[in-house]
Design a protein around this ligand. Structure first.
Ligand code: CA
Length: 235
């Protein structure tokens, strides 16, 4: 997986967001609010154009609607995107479509917003994802080791004996939280509060989805145990 640095254009202090959304009204509203918040915005009406824009423009973030016209929907676009890019992705999902949300996270999306959302909520989500994916949390003592996994929170790099492993922003934050607190049993709610933030309204299965991804990507190198009836522990 490549991690080309996002391109920063003059006049867009927060970088570029590619918005892949076929509903013109929603796209225009999102465009307006993101611009007001200091982002450069590029719109795509279908997945193919969206992927093209991501490849050309190397945005800081992609907003991806799930229901898109044409042969590729947003979930497939996310899967496709993850083959070549670790750009943060926020999915736009329809209310009540929990399967889509969980699938989106499994395919490597970092977060989601549910229609109808307020533009303010959307901007807050975008900022939170960028904050997590971009800025190191501290400068000293940036490496922790759990099992055979080395977590570098400054470089946001994860290494196992076979090499570097690419994680989404949220997967990384969850892993870093375990690595910084070895041996402690966390409930799913505690993990949501610590990693997703107390303003997060998602449900606890989100944690399970991310744990499953960490186990899949890190395999036996990660000593992450399920504590039945309680939650998870890493040591
Ligand atoms: Ca749509």
């Amino acid at each position: 997986m490549t991690s080309m640095p996002p391109r920063h254009e003059p006049g867009s202090p927060h970088g570029t967001v590619v918005v892949v959304e076929d509903d013109r009204n929603i796209a225009e509203l999102v465009d307006l609010y993101l611009r007001k918040a200091g982002f450069r915005v590029l719109q795509a009406g279908d997945a193919a154009r969206g992927l093209e824009l991501v490849a050309q423009e190397r945005p800081s973030l992609v907003l991806l609607d799930i229901g898109l016209p044409g042969p590729m929907d947003g979930l497939e676009a996310c899967r496709e995107l993850r083959k070549s890019s670790d750009v943060p992705v926020v999915m736009i999902t329809a209310r009540g479509d929990e399967v889509d949300r969980i699938l989106g996270l499994e395919l490597g999306a970092d977060d989601y917003v549910t229609k109808p959302f307020s533009p303010r909520e959307l901007v807050a989500r975008v900022r939170a994802v960028l904050r997590r994916s971009g800025s190191p949390r501290r400068s000293a003592d940036t490496q922790s080791v759990v099992g055979d996994v080395t977590v570098d929170t400054l470089r946001r790099e994860v290494t196992i004996p076979s090499g570097n492993i690419a994680l989404t922003a949220r997967e990384f934050d969850l892993l870093a939280h375990f690595a910084e607190n070895p041996g402690i049993v966390f409930t799913r709610q505690q993990l949501l509060d610590a990693v997703w933030g107390t303003g997060w309204y998602g449900d606890e299965r989100t944690v399970d989805v991310h744990v499953r991804q960490l186990r899949r990507k890190l395999g036996d190198a990660l000593p992450l145990a399920t504590v039945w009836g309680v939650g998870y522990r890493c040591d």
